[in-house]
Design a protein around this ligand. Structure first.
Ligand code: FAD
Length: 429
């Protein structure tokens, strides 16, 4: 009987386990989770830096966080987020949802908590010609052991290793430098002049939150246009920072500002510190390769990565990726040969580059997501995701940019697989 290792018990790992456990003939499943709790990103902690076992804190949640997508686009296809009056939920409700999902599908009892995966290494053997040695440490006993597996699902998340841009003068900046990964509450910034860099969902939430405790917040971003939302008077938008000197930031438009805190909301890096180089996976400028369909390790197809694409309907995409891969395990369809997968991957990269995507955007879906879902489903002979999910994701993204301070009051209702309606300010749209 095959043995399957799932690394991580966030939404992706739970979803992998849910489908694997539903088909016991596929093998025995171990879910290795380094923390004491399931839910990954959605587990809030006040602690920053390192945990009690000396591991970097995984979650990047701040205390006030509410989802930046409506819950209607955040469930699993076979397990939607339960009905409630709001669409944008506090993080603790998303965590409760994941706990419910894991319990309902009998996943929780299969998770080895406080088990940190240290090393994953391929070796020859087994019915498929390759096996995996997975070395993990029980953080409670301090004992490491190595077990052999037939398949490895990499589900370790990619919102935990801060991306620090190369800004001249950053190293010698005379004020405080921090990244949103370590942000929890605004009070730390009381009375300080804060420069927030980056206008993604975290950057905007945090910049707005800090305006409540400090006289001046500068939001630097390279969105094509200034955001039109009516921001509080103490929030000023600026273009990119070109250099720092002492405590002064110099901007692309020639202006300058003296600040106390340089606050990077600049996103995260894909990071797989436990993969031995013989796994054949290289990460460069946030491009993880070679991955067939952003999912299958082309050099070692008995390893898959769940959740690499972004700007997607995350949990539903995890579900589709898992269904795809599990169907390949069960023999419902065969993966192409490594040479064919490599050719497909190269073509996909070329095609994306021709459309202006940078290397850093290799795994960005956004407008490509529906095509991506359809291609996975068609190849594996499984159901794609209902288009209403993508539609809600797209519309909510536009409404968010147009009204950052109040978009979370919108309520979404799904009508059928294609249609939805929005109730905004009490009016149906
Ligand atoms: P994670 O949730 O990061 O889970 C990975 C798990 O792997 C963790 O439990 C971790 O402890 C474990 N792990 C890592 N390394 C090891 C190891 N070596 N050994 C053992 N275990 C390991 N998405 C949305 O759809 N809507 C939102 O509103 C939204 N808001 C977000 C807000 C913030 C601030 C952030 C950071 C992300 C947000 N996301 C949102 C994205 C969110 O991360 C994904 O939706 C999803 O929860 C990711 O799930 P995951 O399982 O891939 O990763």
């Amino acid at each position: 009987m095959a043995r399957v290792c799932v690394i991580g018990a966030g939404a992706a790992g739970l979803c992998a386990a849910r489908h694997l456990l539903a088909e016991p003939s596929l093998g025995r499943v171990d879910i290795l989770e380094q923390t004491a709790q399931l839910g990954g990103t959605w587990v809030y902690t006040e602690t920053t830096g390192y945990d009690d076992f000396g591991l970097p804190i995984h979650t990047s949640l701040y205390k006030s966080l509410r989802t930046n997508l409506p819950k209607e686009a955040m469930g699993f296809p076979d397990f939607p987020v339960p009905e409630s009056e709001k669409s944008y939920l506090p993080a603790k409700e998303m965590l409760a949802f994941l706990q419910l999902y894991a319990d309902k599908h009998g996943v929780t009892s299969h998770i080895k908590f406080n088990h940190h995966v240290q090393l994953v290494k391929p070796k020859a053997g087994g019915p498929r010609g390759e096996l995996w040695d997975v070395t993990y440490k029980s953080l409670v006993t301090g004992v490491s052991e190595t077990r052999e597996y037939d398949y490895v699902f990499v589900c370790n998340g990619h919102y935990n290793t801060p991306f620090i841009p190369n800004i001249p003068g950053l190293k010698d900046f005379q004020g405080d430098v921090m990244h949103s990964h370590d942000y929890r509450v605004p009070e730390t910034f009381a009375g300080k002049r804060v420069l927030v860099v980056g206008a993604g969902p975290s950057g905007l939430d945090i910049a707005l939150e800090i305006t409540t405790v400090t006289p001046k917040v500068i939001l630097s971003h390279h969105l094509k246009e200034q955001l039109k939302t009516a921001f509080p008077d103490n929030l000023v938008q600026k273009p990119d920072v070109i250099k720092l000197e002492g405590k002064t930031a110099y901007f692309q438009d020639g202006s300058e500002e003296e600040v106390d805190v340089f606050f990077l909301c600049t996103g995260y890096l894909y990071n797989f510190p436990f993969l031995h180089q013989s796994c054949g996976i290289v990460v460069e400028d946030n491009c993880v390769e070679p991955l067939y369909k952003h999912l299958v390790n082309i050099h070692h197809p008995t390893m898959c990565f769940i959740g690499v694409p972004y700007y997607v309907c995350a949990f539903s995409m995890f579900d589709l990726q898992v269904r795809y891969y599990v169907r390949s395990m069960s023999g419902a369809f065969s993966l192409p040969t490594p040479a064919q997968m490599q050719q497909h991957w190269e073509q996909e990269k070329e095609e994306r580059a021709a459309r202006g995507y940078t290397r850093r955007q290799t795994h960005m879906m956004g407008p490509d997501q529906e095509k991506y879902y359809a291609s996975l489903a068609a190849e594996a002979g499984t159901k794609t995701l209902p288009s209403v999910l993508t539609k809600i994701r797209e519309e909510s993204g536009i409404r968010y940019l147009n009204n950052i301070t109040s978009y979370r009051q919108d309520i979404y209702k799904i009508i059928d697989d294609d249609r939805y309606e929005i109730i905004s300010n009490g009016k149906r749209e």
